[in-house]
Design a protein around this ligand. Structure first.
Ligand SMILES: Cc1cc2nc3c(=O)[nH]c(=O)nc-3n(C[C@H](O)[C@H](O)[C@H](O)COP(=O)(O)OP(=O)(O)OC[C@H]3O[C@@H](n4cnc5c(N)ncnc54)[C@H](O)[C@@H]3O)c2cc1C
Length: 317
């Protein structure tokens, strides 16, 4: 079996799960595509997962309501062993990186971590990953009957649903009692779609000139387009917006359908976090700005004139 640990939020699979399906397909490894869904109150997630996976293994238990690296690794390793998995795929979120290492130890399997590509190589797997803040791309090879892989969010295309409907099974697990528990959580309040899940991202750069202009132009445009808001490092370093909004090599990797970059020069470190977007649209007053080399559509001009006109044109009702 090919086992994918299916991450979910608010009763839906995350975009990363569909990227893992693409990673599984590119691996060339064979076996039923299987999702492992861990958590509590999973009805909707399981239903969604059956449209993408041949089989969906479900552990719906109160003690799994909260993520725990100990429980997630134990559960995944147990299922991988029982199902003789040839590949275990996990999204390389902070949690994913944490528990995938534990899975590899439990299975005594090699771990390919935070990869952006995967292909068969001899009997094993060949993968690429960024190193040294993405200045270097490393090629790695791993061999083993079972290989654990964590895939960089945004590193693989989002797979379409397969036509088949898979079957869901409740599974028995022999779980320890978690020794570490999350006892408090403060969540950043936002009505907007999360950056890495968004179909459209509107990103503002230093060209906006001030945080007030960012609020006046970027956020309203994003809201009118139903988009997430991103920022360049220049904006984050200046303290205009939080690090959680940073797109790029040292920020988030996004792969939306449409990426709108406003007042952004298109430095290589920024492009490495959004260059795989389906369409790149930009507004910049400098035709020589590097972003125009990558953009599908661009407007050369002053954003202070163009964005208000766009806001007017996209205003609902
Ligand atoms: C190790 C390392 C890691 C890095 N990681 C990241 C990262 O993760 N993400 C990231 O974004 N950067 C990163 N950077 C920084 C990166 O090199 C750039 O400095 C940064 O992306 C520039 O941000 P910017 O495009 O907002 O600003 P600028 O490069 O200053 O560009 C501003 C643009 O706005 C345009 N402009 C100005 N006024 C107007 C106007 N009125 N109308 C229209 N256009 C206008 C200008 O022509 C210019 O092209 C990293 C750098 C290093 C060294």
């Amino acid at each position: 079996m090919i086992l994918i640990v299916a991450d979910h939020r608010d009763g839906k699979l995350t975009k990363g799960v569909f990227e893992l399906v693409s990673a599984a397909r590119s691996s060339g490894r064979e076996g039923p595509l299987t999702a492992l869904v861990l958590g509590s109150g999973l009805l909707n997630v399981v239903d969604e997962a059956t449209h993408y996976f041949e089989q969906v293994l479900v552990a719906d238990r109160p003690e799994l309501a909260q993520y725990s690296p100990e429980l997630w690794a134990t559960a995944t390793a147990q299922i991988a062993l029982e199902g003789e998995a040839v590949l275990v795929l996990v999204g390389a979120s902070r949690a994913g990186r944490e528990f995938s290492a534990r899975i590899a130890v439990k299975l005594d399997a090699p771990l390919l971590e935070d990869v952006i590509s995967l292909e068969p190589s001899g009997g094993g797997l060949k993968a690429q990953k960024y190193a040294y803040l993405a200045r270097v791309t490393e090629t790695l090879e791993a061999s083993g009957e079972v290989i654990v892989v964590s895939a960089k969010p945004g590193g693989f295309p989002v797979a379409a649903a397969s036509l088949n409907t898979g079957e869901a099974f409740d599974i028995d697990l022999d779980l320890p009692v978690a020794r570490v528990k999350i006892t408090g959580k403060t969540v950043e309040k936002s009505e907007r779609v999360p950056l890495m899940e968004a179909e459209i991202v509107v990103t503002g750069g230093r060209g906006l000139g001030s945080p007030e202009n960012f609020s006046a132009l970027i956020e309203p445009l994003a809201d009118q387009l139903g988009a997430a808001v991103g920022a360049t490092r220049a904006v984050v370093d200046a303290g205009w917006r939080p690090y959680s909004m940073q797109v790029g090599q040292t920020g988030k990797t996004v792969q939306p359908r449409v990426y709108v970059a406003i007042g952004v020069s298109g430095a290589v470190q920024h492009m490495s976090g959004m260059g795989k977007s389906r369409y790149i649209v930009t507004i910049n007053k400098d035709l020589e700005a590097p972003i125009f080399k990558e953009a599908d559509f661009g407007i050369v001009g002053d954003l202070n004139l163009i964005v208000p006109a766009l806001l007017e044109a996209t205003r609902k009702g």
